[in-house]
Design a binder for this molecule. Structure first.
Ligand SMILES: C/C=C(\C)C(=O)SCCNC(=O)CCNC(=O)[C@H](O)C(C)(C)COP(=O)(O)OP(=O)(O)OC[C@H]1O[C@@H](n2cnc3c(N)ncnc32)[C@H](O)[C@@H]1OP(=O)(O)O
Length: 695
């Protein structure tokens, strides 16, 4: 588990526990013995710790967290490194994470290959760096950097680590040679200053302020997660408590987190994320089927999904032909893609070099013929089976025989798309989630004809573009939407039965989802649900009407159609279940303006009809009735007074707008009196019984 060798006066301890050299119990025992051996050997004057194969240890063995703890603990082993009078060098390559980084922080020196990454990802499995990481990293970097790294779990590359002082030097070439060379250069140098436990945290005087800043950040960014909060508390302790007391605090918080249900669930998710890559389907699996090489790709459709998919492919270095039938749509698509990539560069998420390369890889086109030689086509037009079949049939005729043809459908039968071609084995579904450049899931779908090689290839592409890919069999809605179907439908039924979108959303958001079903619907576009519903009906030979409440004996919601008919398609139109600051905006607010207008202007219109018909002689009659009959707030003076304050012009225009949109509600037929008064700009003093001074 730890290979021990001596090179002149340097002992090399090489952790050997593939694939990631995790510190399992056996490794801890092996490392403990090797450290003792090196310390005892009087010929050994310096020690190098490194990892065999692909990486420096990537942390504790997470699989052992569910078992009773066995001594020695990591901290116990690592403390021997700091205490020895022989310099200890961590020679880092690959990923030095969690317990791996803690090990390195107990060493007197750290050197790393340029491509190596270091980090504390524990927060992502619901715990904190519990082998003194929360106390030692701040002593090197200060609180700010440590809080950032520990609460986010992000990995940083060696150059950034060098900047923060986490590593002392970068090296190229062989790890062991570099370790030995460095160890020789520091032999016999005093070590006191190299022991982190002796150091203080440089920005300790700002501990309260920095901790408060991160506490509010993590509460907002990682809402509902316990670990980030405890990470902040533990890191703060490094500045406010003596080292040993800080360790006790870290240990207490760690025990609490380990016992929490959240950590167990997050560890389950960690392994599940890896398990889904071990896919299987009739006739093959991840071991038997080999992916085909994919270099050039095409995306058909430059809408929201198509552009998002193109961004994923471009960022991963694939050439992308972006096809649209209309010059304007194509130009808009290219603009969107550039905007997404530039935004990502600004946020530091995409390196400039990647963005520059992406720009050269994008090939906008309106000609299908340009797609003839690509290796993979992803069609991303709207959900319409006949249209998709038409496109696939065309592609089948013009693309080279090896081209894989995939559809970004969220629900349509892949078999029925495949039968439009003579290469059903090379047809599959690649269902991206909106926004495609951001959401991690890729649902790959095989039909009865799809070959395991095609499945292997799209799973491989998914991995290369940074997605977590699952492979599923084609059926109505596949996995994700089929399972989410009842969720969405029940949410609509709840509205029909009296709940509000905000109420439903907040229940799900309180459960921990970042967005409830209505905000999510607005984000994806409410036309999708409508189109899926209509396509489904069509495929069953049913014509849905505005008030259809059943489809094939199943209850359906009339709201899907209503929202579509009213152009409330979500964020893209600036209004859906919520109102947004502009079409494409992100700030969801309940559509207060429309609520207010529809409730009040309809009554005001009625008020003018009441005046027109002489049912009430004056607007004062109406206003007083509201004040004393309906508790209308006196400070608003009654609805007719309120209407005048807003302006009869505006009221009349909005009433006409609602009349156009809701022709079946007679209360929206505009009052003739209102029209007359607004056209002639008659002041209220002339249509009420009072005087100007009264107003
Ligand atoms: C207290 C707590 C302490 C001291 C800790 O250290 S907690 C652990 C902190 N470390 C981590 O959380 C690292 C987790 N691992 C990763 O982030 C990645 O695996 C990697 C970046 C190290 C490598 O990524 P990649 O090359 O893509 O490989 P895989 O992720 O597919 O991993 C390969 C297999 O190794 C298993 N694995 C990885 N890390 C661990 C671990 N720490 N303990 C146990 N097993 C680990 C991983 O599950 C893969 O195996 P399969 O699941 O596919 O069987």
């Amino acid at each position: 588990m730890v290979d021990y060798s001596v090179h002149g006066q340097v002992a090399v301890l090489e952790v050997n526990n593939p694939p990631v050299n995790a510190f399992s119990h056996n490794v801890r025992v092996g490392l403990d013995r090797s450290i003792d051996k090196a310390i005892k050997d009087t010929n050994v004057k310096a020690i190098v710790i490194c990892g065999k194969g692909r990486t420096f240890p990537a942390g504790a063995d997470i699989r052992e967290f569910d078992q009773p703890h066995k001594e020695p603990s990591l901290t116990l082993v690592f403390e021997k490194l700091e205490k020895t009078t022989k310099p200890v060098v961590a020679a880092i390559h690959g990923t030095c994470l969690g317990g791996g980084l803690e090990c390195a922080l107990f060493c007197h020196y750290r050197i790393a290959q340029k491509t190596a990454r270091v980090g504390f990802p524990e927060v992502q499995i619901g715990i904190l760096p519990g082998a003194a990481g929360t106390q030692r990293l701040p002593r090197l970097t200060g609180l700010h950097v440590a809080m950032d790294m520990i609460t986010s779990g992000r990995h940083i590359f060696a150059p950034e680590a060098l900047k923060y002082g986490i590593i002392d030097e970068m090296f190229t070439g062989d790890v062991i040679n570099a370790g030995i060379k460095f160890a020789k250069s520091v032999m016999n140098k005093p070590l006191e200053d190299r022991c982190l436990m002796n150091k203080t945290v440089k920005d300790a005087d700002q501990a309260d302020q920095i901790a408060d800043e991160f506490m509010s950040l993590v509460k907002r960014k990682y809402k509902g997660f316990e670990a980030p909060i405890d990470c902040v508390k533990a890191v703060k302790a490094s500045a406010t408590l003596p080292y040993r007391e800080g360790l006790k605090m870290e240990s207490r918080l760690m025990q609490k987190l380990l016992l929490s249900g959240q950590s167990a669930a997050q560890r389950y998710a960690f392994f599940s994320e890896r398990a889904v890559s071990r896919w299987k389907m009739p006739g093959g699996n991840f071991q038997t089927a080999k992916p085909l090489p994919i270099k050039s790709t095409a995306v058909i459709g430059a809408g929201t999904m198509g552009t998002g998919i193109a961004v994923c492919l471009l960022n991963a270095g694939y050439q992308v032909y972006l096809l649209e039938q209309n010059q304007k749509f194509l130009e808009n698509g290219v603009k969107t893609i550039r905007g997404i990539i530039e935004g990502s560069v600004r946020l530091g998420k995409t390196p400039m070099a990647v963005a520059q390369k992406a720009a050269t890889l994008l090939k906008p086109t309106m000609k299908y013929e340009d797609l003839a030689d690509v290796d993979l086509v992803i069609e991303a037009v709207y959900e319409n089976l006949s249209l998709k079949r038409e496109i696939f049939s065309k592609l089948d005729k013009l693309c080279k025989p090896t081209t894989l043809l995939c559809s970004n459908t969220s629900s349509l039968d892949i078999d029925r798309i495949g039968t439009a071609t003579k290469r059903g084995d090379k047809v599959a579904g690649m269902h991206f989630f909106a926004p495609a450049y951001y959401m991690r899931l890729l649902e790959n779908i095989y039909s009865t004809q799809t070959s395991p090689t095609t499945a292997a290839t799209i799973m491989d592409v998914g991995r290369k573009i940074g997605k977590v890919s699952v492979l599923v069999k084609s059926c109505q809605g596949f996995l994700a939407n089929r399972m989410r179907g009842p969720f969405a439908v029940e949410a609509y039924f709840l509205l029909e039965e009296g709940s509000t979108p905000q109420e439903v959303d907040s229940v799900m958001e309180n459960l921990g989802m970042p967005m409830g079903p209505f905000k999510t619907g607005d984000l994806s576009g409410l036309d999708i649900g409508y189109k899926i519903q209509t396509e489904l009906a069509k495929s069953k030979g049913v014509e849905l009407s505005v008030d259809s409440k059943f489809l094939m004996g199943e209850r359906i919601s009339t709201l899907t159609r209503t929202m579509y008919d009213n152009g409330r398609l979500g964020r893209k139109t600036g209004k859906g279940w919520y109102r947004y600051e502009k079409p494409g905006g992100k700030l969801a607010t309940p559509d207060e303006e429309e609520i207010l207008e529809r409730l009040m202007y309809s009554c005001i219109n009625e008020g003018f009809k009441i005046l027109e018909e002489g049912v009430a002689a004056t607007p004062e009659d109406i206003d007083i009735s509201w004040i004393y009959g309906f508790s209308w707030p006196k400070y608003l003076g009654g609805p007719m007074y309120y209407a005048n304050r807003i302006g009869l012009d505006k009221i009349y225009q909005r009433i006409c707008y609602y009349h156009e949109n809701f022709p079946y509600s007679s209360h929206w037929i505009p009052s003739r009196l209102l029209l007359k008064l607004s056209e002639n700009k008659v002041p209220m003093s002339q249509w009420c019984s009072g005087t100007d001074s009264k107003l």
